[in-house]
Design a protein around this ligand. Structure first.
Ligand SMILES: NC(=O)C1=CN([C@@H]2O[C@H](COP(=O)(O)OP(=O)(O)OC[C@H]3O[C@@H](n4cnc5c(N)ncnc54)[C@H](O)[C@@H]3O)[C@@H](O)[C@H]2O)C=CC1
Ligand SMILES: C[N+](C)(C)CCCC(=O)O
Length: 514
């Protein structure tokens, strides 16, 4: 009875706290590592990192990066919990994951607020991210109970069966653009399959993943099942190289993905790599123009354009080029930039000053190479004085671009759309596929056969017809080519967090050749 009251009260207090949080007020005071069922300071460190509130430029947390000993402790803690967790039935695990999903749903506003403070994305988007997060846990909770093997009949009454078993302790390494959601995309299937996890978020967004660890504990996972270590490359490397880690699931850039694969190769560990992209979005003249324009907006400007699967190469048929361009530019000009915690803001700041300079650098090169800026692409300072130190830029549309320009070839990871005219289907497919990336792709057309023919020809793991950047958890997500391999979400993710054991059973006498 007492416990029941505590349960009801805690979220209420927290919600009240989050509502009083406004931009410029949050300061982290608690340890950000999570091990053995509680927040802890790391026992050793490899330097310090700072997390910012990108909308104001304020430092909101300074923390030690976990050293080799701390990473090892977290892995040992996960190993202990794995023994208990892996013995539970799928139904038992599913029930606990459902409870975690329920708690996230109950605290959605709270979590979205902190996510916005630490990442800079608008609160309206952060709320969607949190919704996708609890849906992910619900989905894998449902799948946990249906994981099963096969029975195979053999001659003479003998038979075999297969068991789908967990891998052990999985390492999750995340990017900063969807901190809480990426952690759920990894933890959901990993825990459903019976694994334990040690998770390292990006040091830029160190805050919300610890809240997820607390939620798992509250939902009833064994102590130590989900641990958090903090830091950058050095901490990540301790994790990848540790023989106690059975698998690495990574979301981030191509160069880091390549390093992760190398480290994992030394230990013969499987990896899932969700890397960058430079995806094409193809608009045919027979498409519904309003839908196509809205699709292009969704493909380019979510989370200030810092989205791996964005369709940043927008190929538009020459017949509708002017109409499409005018419509997109007028919509982009109306995007409300400012305090991301305000409900009507649609675009917040980029993640940090260095990244803003990087994006502005791409725009400088684009201009030098002959691109025409139709709107935006400048540092932006909101009127509210407390936002003066934030990392804002105005969303940008580029025209007069060619396929060989840097802004069309390289991932900018900012709010920059390039519009490229085309004339024929054959030509546009050739150009769309002319990239070392292959994460996503989209097509807008009302010709049903053309739509399917085009997506069949696109070299990309995630394709959209007449929409872009929707991501229901039921759908597998992942890349072709340098955008990585392995899949997150969907039923198939179970295969990436489990291994198959075959048990061959003899019912007769052993026939020997000797
Ligand atoms: N395909 C996908 O699902 C997504 C891909 N991305 C890609 O991620 C990039 C942006 O994210 P960033 O955080 O800047 O990428 P990043 O590759 O610099 O860092 C990603 C994570 O890896 C860690 N890390 C860095 N060096 C490491 C090393 N040597 N060993 C182990 N861990 C290491 C970082 O601390 C961070 O947690 C973009 O290229 C973007 O396309 C981002 C989000 C989603
Ligand atoms: C949610 N969605 C589709 C906008 C982006 C997910 C991939 C990423 O983490 O960048």
């Amino acid at each position: 009875m007492k416990l029941y009251h505590v349960r009801l009260l805690i979220p209420k207090i927290r919600l009240a706290m989050s509502r009083s949080l406004t931009t410029g007020t949050f300061q982290n005071t608690q340890p950000l590592n999570y091990r053995g069922g509680k927040r802890v300071q790391p026992i050793d460190s490899v330097g310090q990192e700072q997390a910012y509130e990108p909308s104001t430029g304020r430092v909101i947390a300074t923390f030690d990066c976990s050293g080799e000993k701390e990473v090892n402790e977290a892995i040992q803690s996960a190993k202990t919990a794995f023994k208990e967790w892996s013995q539970k039935s799928g139904m038992e695990r599913g029930r606990i994951l459902l409870e975690a999903a329920r708690i996230i749903r109950e605290r959605a506003e709270d979590l979205a607020t902190i996510e916005t403070i630490n990442n800079g994305k608008s609160i309206s988007e952060a709320k969607i991210d949190i919704e996708i997060s609890w849906m992910t846990l619900e989905y894998y909770a449902g799948l946990a109970g249906s994981m099963a093997g096969q029975h195979v009949q053999l001659p003479g009454g003998s038979f075999a069966y297969t068991r789908r078993e967990p891998l052990g302790v999985c390492a999750g390494i995340g990017a900063w653009n969807y901190p809480f959601q990426i952690a759920c995309w990894k933890a959901g299937p990993a825990l459903a399959c019976g694994n334990a996890m040690v998770y390292k978020p990006s040091p830029f967004t160190a805050i919300t993943v610890v809240l997820l660890a607390e939620i798992f504990a509250e939902a009833g996972v064994p102590t130590g099942l989900f641990n958090v270590v903090q830091g950058g490359a050095a901490t990540g490397e301790f994790l990848c190289k540790n023989p106690g880690v059975a698998k690495v699931s990574f979301t981030g850039s191509v160069p880091t993905g390549s390093k992760i694969m190398e480290m994992a190769a030394k230990g013969i560990k499987p990896v899932t790599l969700e890397l960058g992209g430079k995806s094409p979005l193809i608009i045919f003249p027979d498409s519904d123009l309003e839908n196509a324009v809205n699709g292009a907006m969704m493909a380019n400007f979510l989370t200030q354009g810092q989205v791996c699967c964005n369709g940043t190469r927008v190929f538009v048929h020459r017949d509708i080029l002017d109409k499409f361009t005018d419509s997109v530019v007028s919509k982009v000009k109306k995007i409300k930039i400012g305090d991301p915690l305000l409900d009507d803001t649609r675009m917040g700041p980029l993640i940090n000053q260095l990244h803003r300079e990087r994006v502005l650098g791409f725009l400088k090169t684009a201009r030098e190479q002959g691109a025409k800026v139709l709107t935006g692409g400048e540092p932006y300072t909101p009127e509210d004085p407390k936002l003066k130190g934030g990392f804002y830029i105005s969303p940008c549309v580029l025209a007069n671009v060619r396929d060989d320009m840097t802004c069309v070839k390289e991932e900018i990871f900012g709010p920059v759309m390039s519009i490229l005219p085309f004339d024929t289907e054959e030509e546009v497919l050739e150009r769309a596929n002319n990239s070392s990336y292959g994460l996503a792709g989209g097509v807008f057309t009302n010709d049903i056969q053309r739509a399917h023919r085009v997506v069949a020809a696109l070299q990309a793991g995630m394709c959209f017809i007449n929409n872009y950047n929707v991501s229901p958890v039921e759908l597998p997500f992942g890349g072709y080519k340098k955008s990585g391999f392995g899949r997150e979400n969907g039923q198939v993710a179970i295969e990436y967090y489990s291994q198959l054991k075959t048990v061959c059973v003899e019912m007769g006498k052993v026939e020997t050749v000797f």
